[in-house]
Design a protein. Structure first.
Length: 306
């Protein structure tokens, strides 16, 4: 059962909120938590990667695209913008596609917010891809931004557009830079989400592939904690905030944790590392802590629940 959180909301007790990508992995968990807390929620999703099974029956569903020039945002007070092209590999192979969705899609949402007087946007950015290879660890929000992939660059550009629209049109924002999000409903068939991929492969008796030497590290944060951060961000005004566990876990270590839980006794297959990916990173969530948020789900427990 989703835990209910009570906060003072900027625009009153109940908000009319549009969640783009609300049929997706992260977006659907955000929708669930918003509805559990009494908000009036609509979902905008073209179902290209989202799943109808993830749709909350208490939310209004709009089968549409963030690039649609005819989007009607009448009455909405906040947009939580989760819809995106999220695959680093796809962005390297097809940067135009990535830029079209992640940059122009965000600009279109901002234009429609301006047109219909929507007051606030909460944006899902990347706490790994926008920073690039870290100059120091853990990475805080003051770290320089040097993306290594078109995906990271598109998220950085979208952030800049959001800040510009705040300056020009007074649209409030909260930019959440997620670390590596994992949890229930994550698609194991894509290339994003190493935990879901490993679990799916092992349960089928197949041997997972590790790209590189496996010593590369990531910061894994549970999707329930990410959803809660979005709920709390309704209160956060014009902030850029890291959302992660603050812990560094290597891919080799992750493989061992999942193998032990499933009872998988084979070694991984190692292949050449992939371009555009950071080698080692974990983030500093001190700012989020100062705003009242902390991760609650430990990695071992999160994997057991999946």
């Amino acid at each position: 059962m989703i835990k209910k959180y009570t906060y003072y909301f900027i625009f009153g007790e109940i908000l009319k909120i549009l969640v783009t990508g609300g049929a997706g992995f992260i977006g659907s968990h955000i929708v669930d938590m918003l509805i559990e807390n009494g908000h009036d929620v609509s979902i905008l999703d073209n179902l290209s990667t989202g799943n109808e099974k993830n749709l909350n029956s208490s939310a209004k569903f709009i089968n549409g695209d963030i690039l649609d020039k005819n989007l009607d945002l009448t009455g909405f007070e906040c947009v939580i913008h989760e819809a995106a092209q999220i695959n680093v590999r796809t962005s390297v192979e097809n940067p135009s596609l990535d830029a079209n969705i992640n940059i122009l899609g965000t600009v279109n949402i901002l234009e429609k917010m301006k047109e219909y007087g929507v007051k606030k946007i909460i944006f899902s950015s990347s706490g790994g891809a926008v920073y690039g290879e870290p100059e120091y660890l853990p990475v805080d929000e003051k770290h320089s931004l040097k993306p290594l992939s078109p995906y990271g660059l598109s998220k950085f550009c979208a952030e800049e557009y959001i800040k510009l629209y705040n300056m020009l049109y007074d649209i409030e924002y909260c930019i959440l830079r997620y670390s590596n999000v994992y949890g229930e409903r994550q698609d194991p068939l894509g290339e994003a989400g190493v935990i879901s991929i490993f679990i799916d492969k092992m349960k089928k008796g197949e041997v997972p592939v590790i790209y590189g030497d496996g010593n590369q590290t990531r910061d894994f944060v549970n999707v329930k904690d990410v959803a809660r951060a979005n709920l709390m961000a309704l209160n956060w005004k014009n902030e850029i905030v890291n959302i992660g566990s603050g812990k560094e876990t290597s891919v080799n270590e992750l493989f061992k944790i999942i193998s032990s839980e499933i009872g998988f006794d084979k070694d991984p297959i190692y292949k050449k590392e992939r371009e555009g990916e950071v080698y080692k990173i974990y983030i500093d969530y001190s700012k989020a802590k100062s705003l009242g948020w902390m991760p609650e789900v430990e990695l071992d427990d999160g994997i057991k629940k999946i």
